[in-house]
Design a protein around this ligand. Sequence first.
Ligand code: BGC
Ligand code: ZN
Length: 371
Amino acid sequence: MRAVAVFPNDKIVKVIDDHSEPKLERDTEVLLRMVDIGVCGTDREICRFDYGTPPSGSPHLVIGHESLGEVMRTGSAVTRVKPGDLVVTMVRRPCPHPTCRSCRAGRQDFCFTGDFTERGIKGRHGFMTELVVDDEQYMHVVPPHLRDVGVLVEPLTIAEKALIQIWDVQERLPWTASGRSTADGHGQNALVLGAGPVGLLGTLALLARGFEVWVYSRDRETDAAAQWVASAGGHYVSSQTTIIDQLSVKTGNIDLVYEATGASELSFQTLKVLGTNGVFCFTGVPGRKSPISIDADLLMRYMVLKNQLVFGTVNAGPDAFAAAVSDLERFRTLWPRQVMSLISGRFPPDTAIDLLTGPARGIKNVVSFLA
Ligand code: BGC
Ligand code: ZN
C-alpha cells in the first residue's frame, strides 16, 4: 500500500509503496479508506527531522494526523459507525501508566507522563496512506455534506479545546459564571495572533460565539488574509502598519488573546496589551531559537494587577472533536465561501513531498490518495 513516510535516521521523506496493509484485529476496530489528509506545521517539522518518532522497530513513520476517512468495514462489536460513514480519527492514544489520571480517564490530551503516542507524530503511523485501522472509540462521524471540508475538523479542535478551557477559567468571574452554558462572547474583544489555518479557524469559532474579533498578522491590510477576515465579520490589523503597543487603542480592553503563530517574541510582546481580567491562550510551538528578552517585571505586574491568566493548550479530547464537527457545520452555513477557501488545494501523494519540504504556501494543503 502507498504511504508518505519519513525515515529520520536516513533523513529521507518519500512515497513508499510497500507499507503493510492494516487488518481488523479486534471486534471494536474499524477499517477506513482515507479521503483527505491535511498538511500542517507539525508535519513540516517532522519532515525537517526536528520532531516525530517512528513506531518502535520501524525505520519509518507514516505521517499525517489531520484526516477524513470513509468507513469500509467494521468489527462485530462496533456500534458508533457503519460502512459509508465519514469519520475523523483522533490523534493521541493513552500512556500505559496506571497512575496517569488523565489517560485513565480517557483524557490523554492532558497526559501527565508524556508517554502517550500520537498517530503520524509519535510512536504510531499516521493517516497519509490508503487504508487505516483504529478503534471506533477514537472516531467522530462527520455528516456527508461536510465531505469537502471535513479534513478541517482536527485543526479546528485546537480552538475548540482552547474555548472549552476559556469558558472554564472565566467562570472565575462571578458575573459570567453561567457563561459556560451560554458560551457567549458578546461584548468581549478577542485578539487572534496569526492568519494561518489555526488562527483563521479560531477566528470563525470566536465570531460564531459573538466575540468582536481582531486578527493581527504580518500580511498587509490589502492582502487576501485581511480580506478573508473582513468578509467573515472580523477586523484585520497588519503588524506592518500597527505596532503591538497601539493595538488596544483600536480594540479596547482585550479580553482574550488566542495565539496561533508559534512566535515567542511577538506573543510575549502581546501579553503586555492583554486587558483587565483577560486570558491569554498559547497554541503555537516555537522552534528552538536563541533566547529572547522580555520585560518580566512589567508582565508579572500586569498579570497580578489585572487578574490575568495565561495558559497553553495542546491536542484535543472527545468534547473538542464533537464541538469541532458541530461548529464546522455552523461555519459552513454562516461562511460557506470562507470555509471552502481555507483549503488551498488537493494534491496527489507524489506532490506531498514538495508541500512537506518545500517553501510554505497556501493555507491548508490537502493530500488525497483518491485524487
Ligand atoms: C497536533 C496535536 C498534537 C501536537 C503535538 C499538533 O499538530 O494537532 O494533535 O498533540 O501537534 O504533537
Ligand atoms: Zn498519560
